[in-house]
Ligand binder design. Structure first.
Ligand SMILES: [Zn+2]
Length: 247
């Protein structure tokens, strides 16, 4: 919207035949963005800007004092770091200082966050630091991450389902383990029966006590009934389970 206002104001100063018509150019978009940034800077750093314009030192206790701020030719407040002689882009050497609380800062963070495909704080910060110096930048980025609906959806944890009450057969029974049991199968498990022999499939037959959750494991040759009965009645299991109810 700001871009349209900038064009409108420019067109108002021009005669009818020289007015800009059509889609916005990149220059107009950048110009409008700089206007918004300057407006935010004037709101938050008015004293510092006035001091710089009149060649006075930055007020004591200002947040900008450690950043060594300067005003560029357009009047934008920039940070003068130690990369003055580095062969990199000018906007990286002198990043634009942005206050944390202004709406334009939030929009810039939002844009970087979306261009980074909702990546983490550090990646968004690295993308922004090539052009901007945002006060309390991590806090500002995390603030937007907390508001972003896509991030909320991605980071949402599933609701734990409410557990049903325990069935009757698990309550009030005997204190002896394996009074009531359930059975399950697992596998196949590839096993080697002796040296030099072919690998064969074996299955795991699992008995679990429904009251104390104790577990007993048996090996079966296959998933057939005969294999199950063989596991069920072998190795003393018969003594324990034969007269019990299997669920
Ligand atoms: Zn996000």
């Amino acid at each position: 919207m700001q871009q349209l206002f900038v064009r409108y104001l420019q067109n108002c100063k021009l005669p009818a035949g020289y007015r800009e018509i059509g889609p916005l150019t990149s220059e107009e978009i950048v110009k409008a963005q700089h206007r918004l940034i300057m407006s935010a800077q004037n709101l938050c750093f008015g004293e510092e800007i006035e001091a710089l314009k009149s060649d006075k030192p930055i007020p004591m206790g200002s947040k900008l004092q450690p950043l060594n701020p300067i005003l560029d030719t357009d009047g934008i407040l920039r940070c003068d770091g130690r990369l003055k002689y580095e062969c990199i882009a000018c906007e990286t050497r002198y990043p634009i200082i942005l206050p944390k609380t202004q709406h334009i800062t939030k929009l810039i963070i939002k844009n970087a966050h979306q261009l980074a495909l909702h990546s983490g704080t550090n990646y968004v910060l690295s993308q922004l630091s090539g052009k901007y110096w945002i006060l309390s930048e991590r806090e500002a980025i995390r603030g937007w991450e907390r508001e972003c609906n896509e991030c909320k959806r991605r980071n949402a944890k599933p609701v734990q389902p409410k557990m049903a009450p325990l069935p009757k057969y698990r309550l009030g029974g005997s204190l002896r383990a394996f009074t009531h049991i359930s059975v399950d199968f697992g596998g196949p498990i590839i096993t080697v029966q002796g040296r030099g022999r072919a690998r064969v499939k074996r299955y795991l037959c699992l008995f679990t006590c429904l009251e104390v959750r104790a577990v007993h494991l048996e090996m079966t040759w296959s998933l057939h009934t005969e294999s199950f009965l063989n596991a069920f009645f072998s190795n003393g299991i018969k003594k324990r389970y034969a007269r019990k109810r299997v669920i």
